[in-house]
Design a protein around this ligand. Structure first.
Ligand code: ADP
Ligand code: ADP
Length: 231
């Protein structure tokens, strides 16, 4: 069974159709990279997967559970957290340390004790290479480190899938690779991911499949070597 199933999804903003009958099945451990010009609907598609967008037709299933449909109710925070999402902007709480940012949702949404939350968070910070920054505040971190805190914060909720919306677009060139390497590490652990990015070299390395979106339509979907021409 696919872990993400997108069935005939269409979405309009007033008269503008931004998603046109999207059909996609993504299997456990797959990494789908979405490419396409600005305005083609990439962000909207990601936000549709975890129920952040209202859609006018079709359905989205995660692990056979419905996540989005025409008249679907808003998801609970707990259910939404099963789909981790990382944005271009890191959106960390500036007055909280790395560890506090990563454990907050565990305590508030999952009602973990402080000790339980730390037990989950510490190995995840190790995995993203930030053990030594546990007690730093966002302003004391580089952009790449802040994005890795944002990734750790999503991972702490033990998501079934992870969605990334241009995760390196706000970063200086020299910081991009540390974030891409972190994502490649997750892929090697078998995490199912959908990634919107303009980094073609990265797409070649990490993608199981690449989908090319244009004007709200998937116009091509295939293995990366069939879509991305070697530089
Ligand atoms: P991409 O991520 O590929 O750049 P988006 O999903 O952000 O594309 O946007 C797809 C289309 O939807 C664009 O034409 C954009 O202008 C339009 N759009 C996005 N958000 C809104 C909104 N809140 N209201 C109206 N139109 C929107
Ligand atoms: P990186 O080491 O990831 O390439 P930078 O070159 O931006 O990142 O920063 C080097 C180190 O200095 C990083 O470990 C970061 O935590 C720290 N650092 C960056 N900016 C600041 C700052 N404004 N205040 C304190 N520490 C900072």
């Amino acid at each position: 069974n696919p872990i993400i199933k997108i069935n005939n999804v269409s979405k309009w903003y007033n008269d503008l159709q931004v998603l046109k009958d999207i059909n996609l099945e993504i299997y456990n451990g797959e990494v789908l990279v979405i490419l396409g010009p600005s305005g083609s609907g990439k962000s909207t598609l990601l936000r549709t997967i975890n129920g952040l967008e209202n859609i006018q037709s079709g359905e989205v299933f995660i692990n056979n559970e419905i996540y989005n449909c025409r008249n679907c109710k808003a998801l609970s925070r707990k259910k939404r957290a099963e789909v981790g999402m990382v944005f271009q902007q890191f959106n960390l709480y500036p007055h909280m340390t790395t560890l506090e940012n990563v454990t907050l949702a565990l305590r508030m949404v999952k009602k973990k004790t402080k000790e339980e939350a730390l037990e989950i968070a510490i190995p995840i910070l190790h995995k993203v290479g930030l053990d030594h920054k546990s007690h730093s505040y966002p302003s004391q971190l580089s952009g790449g480190e802040q994005q890795r805190v944002a990734i750790a914060r999503s991972l702490a909720m033990q998501p079934k899938v992870m969605l990334f919306d241009e995760p390196t677009s706000a970063l200086d060139l020299e910081l991009i690779n540390e974030v891409l390497d972190t994502i490649i590490g997750l892929s090697m652990d078998g995490m199912t991911m959908v990634i919107v990015t303009h980094e073609l070299g990265f797409a070649r390395r990490v993608a199981s499949r690449v989908a090319f979106l244009d004007k709200g339509e998937i116009i091509e979907i295939d293995k990366p070597h069939d879509i991305i021409i070697r530089p």
